[in-house]
Design a protein around this ligand. Structure first.
Ligand code: NAD
Ligand code: UDP
Length: 341
């Protein structure tokens, strides 16, 4: 794949480490999605104007309802895989546009590869033209099914390049390489963050990820679809913590890659049972086949995030899960009540 950066433009001056960054205007690609919409909310709450660029492939304008009448917020419905521009000054380009749940990227393999390659190049070109900081939302999936545990940023990973998760993992690995090359050759001010599993309100009901699946199943009294024997682990970070980490990375000078995640590690069976208890549900556990290449263990080493960004998660997992259950219960009740007159 080839990407040509816009030529004839001056590389951005490297930021002055002694001067605080000003964040007046941000572009958020993928801002109508789960994490992106929370990032848009938080940027607006901190006074930055926000332009969200999203093609609504896996996101929804429902996630942006709170910003609908906000004059400091604009939604541009477009595909970042096509070159795009945004009028006016931009201080930050946060590139989150990509399917992210295993079910979504299995449904959209080519779109996922394009979002990581062409989409990342177009977002980087925008940051280059505007002299903006560029933040790449990469993923713990770059570590694949890890052979080192917990995972530090120095680990190169164990990825199957032709397996059922490859479209996502390799797209993000390419996006990291592209971001690194724009930094080294064009002087774009970049930071790569590797997000570990994030959960919270606005996850899509049917997106297939463990938290929305278990919460909706438990609330409906249906069996909880635990894959394999449920002994595989994940480390779950509440979305407010993840967004605080994104803002800390945007404000810092560090290029990353830096892990953002909660080091509290749970087995998937434990997660299912905790969610069932929080829902007060009698759902049985119904074991289902484990997906091919499903990572066995995952836990971030966040020493770098603590030292370089002064960031660490603060939301306790049971508290975060309780807030998520409450949100889903309200959503399902609204749906059951039908459209308002
Ligand atoms: P999401 O699916 O809810 O949001 C992704 C958004 O990107 C959606 O609104 C979608 O419509 C948009 N999008 C996809 N392709 C696009 C394109 N070509 N042009 C414009 N918009 C496009 O997913 P999420 O969980 O909010 O994840 C957001 C980002 O964070 C992704 O880049 C993902 O890889 C990364 N990430 C998320 C997690 C997590 O646990 N949620 C973990 C690791 C990394
Ligand atoms: N999982 C599960 N039941 C489900 C959905 C997911 O047991 O209904 C498992 C999945 O196999 C994986 C873990 O939960 O081991 C986390 O899956 P998720 O899709 O949430 O995130 P990812 O695999 O991207 O970490």
């Amino acid at each position: 794949m080839e990407h040509t950066a816009t030529t004839g433009e001056k590389p951005m001056r490297q930021p002055d480490a002694d001067r605080p960054r000003t964040l007046r205007r941000a572009v958020v690609t993928g801002g109508a999605g789960f994490v992106g919409s929370h990032l848009c909310d938080r940027l607006r709450a901190e006074g930055a104007e926000v332009v969200c660029v999203d093609n609504l492939l896996t996101g929804s304008t429902d996630n942006l309802r709170g910003l609908a009448d906000d004059p400091g917020f604009t939604l541009e419905v477009r595909d970042v895989c096509e070159p795009f521009d945004v009028a006016g000054p931009v201080d930050l380009v946060a590139h989150l546009a990509s399917p992210a749940s295993p079910l979504d990227y299995a449904r959209h393999p080519l779109e996922t590869l394009r979002a990581g390659s062409h989409g990342t190049a177009n977002a980087l070109d925008l940051a280059h033209r505007k002299g903006a900081r560029f933040l790449l939302a990469s993923t713990s999936e770059v570590y694949g099914d890890p052979l080192v545990h917990p995972q530090p940023e120095s680990y190169w990973g164990n990825v199957n390049p032709v397996g059922p998760r490859s479209q996502y993992d390799e797209a993000k690995r390419y996006a990291e390489a592209l971001t690194t090359a724009y930094r080294s050759t064009l002087g774009v001010d970049t930071v790569i963050v590797r997000l570990f599993n994030t959960y919270g309100p606005r996850m899509r009901r049917g997106d297939g990820r463990a938290v929305p699946a278990f919460v909706t199943q438990a609330l409906a009294g249906e069996p909880l679809t635990v894959a394999g024997d449920g002994s595989q682990t994940r480390s779950l970070c509440y979305v407010d913590d993840t967004v605080a980490g994104l803002l800390a990375a945007a404000a810092a000078d560090h290029p990353g890659p830096v892990n953002l995640g909660n080091p509290v590690e749970l087995s998937i069976l434990d997660l299912a049972r905790r969610i069932r208890d929080l829902c007060g549900s009698g759902s049985p556990v119904g074991f289902v086949p484990r997906p091919v290449d499903d990572p066995g263990l995952r836990r971030p080493d966040i020493a770098l995030a603590r030292a370089a960004l002064g960031w660490q998660p603060v939301v306790d997992v049971d508290k975060g899960l309780a807030m998520t259950v409450e949100w889903f219960a309200r959503l399902l009740a609204e749906h059951a009540a039908g459209p308002r007159a």
